[in-house]
Design a protein around this ligand. Structure first.
Ligand SMILES: [Zn+2]
Length: 83
């Protein structure tokens, strides 16, 4: 996919990170996430949180936010570096 601007911008990146962290908070509050999980369970939880974050932000996305969503998608797995 060709893009006019392939640089990640700060505002959509911060939006993604804030949304992602809020999803973690809500899931912990509901007992769906677990601080004492094994490494494998934490990786599964991280994948779920990324998918939920993607789902939440998709309706309001634009090209700048799309680039951020792509970077945290299963296609690139950049999100693994932030665990
Ligand atoms: Zn996370």
């Amino acid at each position: 996919m060709e893009r006019a601007n392939s640089f990640i911008r700060l505002a959509p990146l911060l939006l993604y990170i804030a949304t992602h962290e809020l999803v973690h908070v809500v899931r912990f509050e509901r007992g769906e996430g677990n601080f004492d999980a094994s490494a494998e369970e934490r990786q599964d939880e991280e994948g779920k949180v990324h998918r939920i974050t993607h789902h939440l932000l998709k309706p309001v996305t634009d090209s700048d936010l799309n680039l951020v969503l792509d970077c945290f998608s299963d296609r690139y797995r950049i999100g693994d570096l932030m665990q």
